[in-house]
Structures are given as C-alpha cells and as structure tokens.
Unconditional design. Structure first.
Length: 203
C-alpha cells in the first residue's frame, strides 16, 4: 500500500467524517504491520520487534497533519491516534533498551484553529497558552487531545513544514482531504517542492 520514502497526510478538520475514514484505515493498517513484527515473551511479557523487517518497509516515515476547529466531534479518531502514539513509544523504548538505533516512523501535527496562539499576535489568549504549557509540562499530555503530541494553536505555517520535509527526505508524497481552498494552497507548495500530491474529495 505504501510505496514512497516518506508520506504526509493532511486532514482538514472541517471535512466530513467520511473524509477522515480513509486515513483512519491507513493508520490502522500501518499499526497492524508493526504489531505483526512484535513478539511478546510468554514468561516475562518482554516485548521485542523484528527491527530488520520494519527497516525494510518501503514507507520510511509518515507525518500526519490534522487541522481542526472542533476536536470533540472526533473523539473516536483521537483514540486511534493515541493508540498509535503509545504503540510507537513502546517500539522506540524497546529499541533503546537493546541499544538499537531508533527512529520515529510517524509524527503527528495537530492544529486547532478556533484559538490563535501568542506567536500570531493574539495576546488575548495568553492565559490559555500558559495553562496549556503548564499542563503539558506536568502531565506530559496535551490539554486538548490528552496525547503526548502538543497541539499548535492557529493554522500551519506551510513554508516551514514543507522546507522541513524537503530537508529530511527527497521523495515525498502528500495526501489531502478537506476544503478545496486549502487543497489548492497545499498543491502549490507541493509543486514548488516537487512533491507528489493526491487529493481525496469529500462531500
């Protein structure tokens, strides 16, 4: 199913539930693949992975970018992402315990557009930023999603994201579902950086 070196998936949170479903299925397939490489000792319950098989997977990295303004309507999807985040943490800790060089195979990027961050000049939301940072530091969880990945307030800075992806990997494919306006913007960046662009329409 995955054939490129690196893939990005953009989901505009204003999309219908059906627009998210293909991405949920893709993430479940990827998580299932890593669980297939997992072995658990029956005596001590020690977890190990077939690291060589994972390294040979053609898909080397996924960046899942989710732009949303109403997280409560997608609690079921957040649970899937949280499971995947925990799965990766177990994988990385296992490799480090065995002195094996580890690397992340998926990164989540969450953007909550109902609020603006201080970095975008909205000083009126300073109390929220402060509370969110304290919560993250104390609990190691995001105040909005309850995941380890921190949610960024406001919209993505496409120039920074695309420059980062280009610097890390030469071959990248981008898959997007959401409003056409955002899709057109993302496609322009893909054309500039010579990334393959795929759009999943939603109705």
């Amino acid at each position: 199913m995955f054939t490129t070196v690196r893939q990005q998936g953009w989901v505009d949170g204003s999309a219908a539930i059906t627009g998210i479903t293909p991405y949920a299925s893709a993430l479940e397939c990827l998580m299932h693949y890593f669980r297939e490489q997992q072995t658990i000792c029956k005596k001590c319950c020690h977890v190990n992975y077939n690291h060589e098989a994972i390294q040979q997977c053609k898909l080397q990295k996924v960046d899942f970018i989710w732009v949303n303004r109403d997280l409560e309507n997608f609690s079921w999807f957040l649970q899937l992402l949280n499971d995947f985040e925990n799965e990766q943490l177990t994988y990385l800790e296992t490799l480090r315990a065995n002195n094996v060089t580890s690397k992340r195979y998926i990164d989540f990027h969450f953007y909550f557009t109902s609020l603006k961050s201080n970095n975008q000049g909205m000083i009126g939301y300073a109390p929220f930023d402060l509370a969110a940072n304290i919560y993250q530091n104390v609990s190691n969880r995001d105040v909005l999603t309850k995941m380890r990945t921190k949610t960024i307030l406001g919209r993505p800075q496409w120039s920074l994201l695309f420059a980062k992806f280009k610097a890390e990997h030469r071959r990248t494919s981008v898959f997007f579902t959401g409003k056409p306006v955002m899709g057109e913007d993302i496609k322009r960046w893909c054309d500039q950086y010579q990334f393959m662009y795929y759009h999943e329409p939603y109705f």
